[in-house]
Design a protein around this ligand. Structure first.
Ligand SMILES: CNc1ncnc2c1ncn2[C@@H]1O[C@H](COP(=O)(O)OP(=O)(O)OP(=O)(O)O)[C@@H](O)[C@H]1O
Length: 198
């Protein structure tokens, strides 16, 4: 079950989807980040990144794990700083992003919560906005939200966000190379779901 996993991934995993034929890229260490999503009914809260890495993309709320912080503590701090809300975040998955010429990899710990307190509020870094993950035909006509804007998100998000909203734990790796225009192009990916050991 755990044989043949991409380098850097571990756990009791069963393959969910994979693609690309390039060799896995080398890296020598991981840097830890968090990324948190609020899910309620058929809607999900995303934020438009206003500055820095990933500018003009929608993503969850998160950032670097600071020395001495737990992953959950860092996720809660970033959610508060970037979206102005508190939530009982739970670990939902892990993603490893490797790019060429960097030497280190992003280890992104994904968190989610089904409730929150406070009111989502724009910060210097993120502009929160609700999206629907159901097709419009099944939504309440009075409360139609835009669909998840995959075209304005990181490549590969369409593989794991459905698992997140279904509450299925996942682990994945995405390798990308930097193109001449500075954008990333995915060269290989692998996602698995976690088999619970209880
Ligand atoms: C390449 N593929 C990726 N796909 C999806 N999400 C990605 C990502 N790579 C990084 N991320 C997320 O992007 C944010 C960066 O955080 P970033 O703004 O740099 O950190 P932090 O808030 O600590 O920075 P400041 O120094 O305060 O600006 C953080 O949520 C992190 O999880």
């Amino acid at each position: 079950m755990t044989s043949g996993l991409p380098p850097g991934l571990e756990g009791n995993l069963v393959e969910y989807v994979q693609g690309g034929v390039a060799d896995w890229l080398p890296f020598d260490h991981k840097r830890f980040y968090t990324n948190a999503f609020i899910i309620q009914g058929d809607k999900i809260l995303l934020g438009l990144k206003k500055r820095g890495f990933g500018i003009n993309k929608y993503n969850g709320f998160g950032g670097k794990v600071e020395p001495g912080e737990t992953l959950t503590g860092a996720a809660m701090r970033e959610l508060k700083e970037e979206a102005g809300i508190d939530a009982p975040l739970e670990h939902a998955g892990s993603l490893l992003f490797v790019t060429n010429g960097v030497g280190w990899a992003f280890q992104i710990e994904i968190f989610s919560a089904r409730s929150y307190s406070g009111r989502p509020t724009e910060s210097d870094e993120m502009r929160p906005k609700w999206f629907s993950f159901e097709s419009p035909a099944t939504s309440d006509a009075d409360a139609i939200l835009p669909p998840i804007p995959y075209e304005m998100m990181w490549d590969g998000d369409d593989h794991w966000l459905p698992l997140l909203v279904q509450g299925r734990k996942f682990v994945g790796r995405i390798d990308s190379v930097t193109q001449d225009d500075g954008k990333f192009a995915m060269t290989r990916h692998w996602f698995g779901t976690v088999i619970s050991d209880d």
